[in-house]
Every structure is written in structure tokens, then in C-alpha cells.
Design a protein around this ligand. Structure first.
Ligand code: 4NP
Length: 149
């Protein structure tokens, strides 16, 4: 099973999702990666506020580096979880067939809620904390789903 987390910049939400889920399933044979729909921050570490909130929760994401989503990700991953509707539309637009499109999920759907993970980039540490707590809940559900396969 290979899972890709996707947001806009790959420096706030998707690296957090990657780190949180990896932390929960470290004993299983699952590949997790993350990417951005935009290339603004290619090669950058996660935003310092994302690194800090993860660290506060005993998760180290400081070694991650941003990359842009590429078409080969559709073949290399089984599930592509996006953080919001813009990410969803951007990735679906790149899908070349139904099979590729069928791999793309809005990550909040695992909570059966009609919601999204808000972009904290222009917010403050409280916004990062809210994003962390939401992704924590979501990734627990994903981990449970994987464990019960
Ligand atoms: P992310 O947050 O998509 O959660 O990584 C953002 C990071 C950077 C920008 C926007 C959102 N930006 O415009 O540079």
C-alpha cells in the first residue's frame, strides 16, 4: 500500500499528514509520501510552525523536503489524499483516465464530514494546532482502516 498526501505548497498540511500517519503505522509495510500541487517551495523544509507543532507531539518532520506532484505519482501510489477542494480539482484535472482519478480522495471524507483541511500558511500557530488536531483524528481513522484490512 502506497499513500500520497497532497496540499498546495507541501510545507504545511501534507508534510504534517505524512509525519502523523507514518508515526501511527510505523510497524506496517506502508509507503507514505507527500507533494504539493504548486512548485513554490520545491526543496524546502516544512514551515517552521509545522515542524514545531509536530515536535511538540513527538513527531519529527524536519527531514522532509517539498516536491511538486508529478504524473508518475498516479502510477506509483494507490491512494492520493488531498487536503481541500482546490487540491482535489487540481489533481483530478491532471488525471489521464478514470483509474487515476479514482485514486484521489478528499482526506476529510474518512471522517464522513463535509469538510476540508484549511490552509494555515497565512495564519498563526493556533491555526497550525487546529490543523494538527484535525489531521491527527483523520490519520487515526486511516491507520485503523489499514490495520483492519
Ligand atoms: P500548504 O500551505 O499547502 O499546507 O503547504 C501553503 C504553503 C505555501 C503557500 C500556500 C499554502 N504559498 O502560497 O506559498
Amino acid at each position: 500500500m502506497k499513500i500520497l498526501m497532497v496540499c498546495l505548497g507541501n510545507i504545511c498540511r501534507s508534510p504534517l499528514a505524512e509525519g502523523i500517519l507514518r508515526n501511527k503505522i510505523s510497524n506496517m509495510k506502508i509507503t507514505i509520501d507527500s507533494a504539493g500541487t504548486a512548485g513554490y517551495h520545491i526543496g524546502s523544509k516544512p514551515d517552521i510552525r509545522a515542524i514545531d507543532i509536530a515536535k511538540k507531539n513527538n513527531i519529527d518532520i524536519s527531514n522532509l523536503r517539498a516536491r511538486k506532484f508529478e504524473l508518475s505519482d498516479f502510477t506509483n501510489f494507490d491512494k492520493i489524499y488531498v487536503m481541500d477542494k482546490n487540491n482535489f480539482n487540481d489533481i483530478i484535472d491532471l488525471a489521464e483516465n478514470k483509474e487515476e482519478a479514482s485514486k484521489v480522495f478528499l482526506i476529510t471524507d474518512v471522517l464522513d464530514s463535509d469538510s476540508f483541511v484549511p490552509d494555515p500558511y497565512y495564519g498563526d500557530i493556533n491555526d497550525f494546532e487546529k490543523v494538527f488536531n484535525l489531521l491527527e483524528k483523520i490519520c487515526q481513522k486511516i491507520a485503523n482502516k489499514i490495520a483492519s484490512r
